[in-house]
Design a protein around this ligand. Structure first.
Ligand code: PLP
Length: 360
């Protein structure tokens, strides 16, 4: 078997153990003679897979009982519309904090449904930091405050939970959910597409405080009405059943690693290997403010950008793939989610040192 170190931002690397278990169970899930893909989503086998996935996610994140957990479809992008449709609750404005490409997209989409107020923005800083909370212009009458907890493209991450008082905090956690423990009770709603840190593209996780439901706009499509989906255990229609199964295997894998506290320790160590190297010399650099650097997505630049292609080619020869930065920001980006082994990060740092020695 040939496995590479896949630094893709998403869809991203999954734990090898999970892929192997899925391969073993592909044609005959636990003696049923069926693949999970072929099962009725209303049958007892799939219901057991679904219930275990929800229970394991609740346990990993210590999700309080007054929160619903939903497995929907449409990706995080659908949520950019569904959050206002479900959470405006008759109010007319929502506050958004703009920290980069993904918050900007959320802002543009939400503007179709409500008056968006940009409470703070780091655009003037080239989206290289989280705006100082002391300067946020929060409106106490806003329906919610929206943040993107980790900007996958810019590599900017919140290392704190902002205090929004009585106004519910909504977070797009697509690219850092399950990377460390969080206090769910500080949020009104958390959403995340699966393909970064959870499983296959197609599943979208919603964690929402129950008292925020029941007020969706009447025009909200039923499959995207959080309350209706909560009443039906996310099975108002056929869910992304195979995706939920793989997500469930990933939850079990995280638990075997020691849970989210252990993931955080590993993720901090992995990120430190790269950031320490980036900060050591002038050949490579990180554009992001030190206090706001992402543990999941590490953008970096070569001082001499004419060497970019050579750097990528050399990486590929060493089986390190998908290191090219997003086209909107250029440079390089190493995405080092939960499933990226420490060995992959060490191999990258060693390659960077070699490359610097050759070309520096
Ligand atoms: C990947 C990503 C998205 C978009 O996810 P889709 O599943 O393609 O809709 C949104 N927000 C963040 C932070 C992401 O990383």
């Amino acid at each position: 078997m040939n496995r590479v170190f896949n630094f893709s931002a998403g869809p991203a690397v999954l734990p090898l153990e999970v892929l192997q278990q899925a391969a073993e169970e592909m044609c005959d899930w636990q003696g049923t003679g069926m693949s999970v893909m072929e099962m009725s989503h209303r049958g007892p086998q799939f219901i057991s897979i679904y219930e275990r996935a929800v229970a394991d996610l609740r346990k990993l994140l210590s999700i309080p009982d007054d929160y619903e957990v939903l497995f929907l479809q449409g990706g995080a992008t659908a949520q950019n519309a569904l959050v206002p449709m479900n959470l405006l609750r008759g109010l007319t404005t929502a506050d958004y904090v703009n920290t980069g490409a993904w918050s900007s997209k959320s802002i543009r989409e939400a503007g179709k449904y409500c008056q968006v107020k940009v409470a703070a923005s780091s655009e003037a800083q080239g989206f290289t930091c989280i705006p100082d909370v002391a300067d946020w212009q929060l409106d106490p009458k806003a329906a919610y405050v929206h943040i993107c907890s980790n900007e996958t493209i810019g590599g900017v991450e919140y290392h704190f939970v902002p205090d929004t008082g009585d106004v519910p905090l909504v977070a797009d956690m697509s690219s850092n959910i399950l990377s460390r423990p969080i206090d769910v009770s500080r949020f009104g709603l958390i959403y995340a597409g699966a393909q970064k840190n959870i499983g296959p593209a197609g599943v979208t996780i919603i964690i929402v405080r129950k008292d925020l439901l029941e007020h969706a706009m009447p025009s909200t499509p039923s499959v995207f009405n959080y309350q209706l989906q909560a009443e039906k255990d996310s099975m108002l229609n056929t869910p992304s059943s195979y995706g939920i199964y793989i997500a469930g295997l990933v939850f079990q894998w995280i638990d075997r690693q020691g849970g989210l506290a252990a993931m955080e320790t590993r993720n901090r160590e992995k990120a430190a290997i790269l950031y320490d190297y980036l900060d050591r010399g002038e050949f490579f650099s990180s554009p992001v403010a030190i206090s706001d650097r992402s543990l999941m997505n590490v953008p970096f630049r070569l001082r001499d950008e004419s060497l970019n292609q050579q750097f990528l080619d050399g990486a590929q020869e060493r089986d390190m793939l998908q290191l090219k930065g997003h086209r909107s920001v250029g440079g390089m980006r190493a995405s080092i989610y939960n499933a990226m082994p420490r060995a992959g990060v060490e191999a990258l740092a060693a390659y960077m040192a070699d490359f610097e020695q050759q070309h520096g």
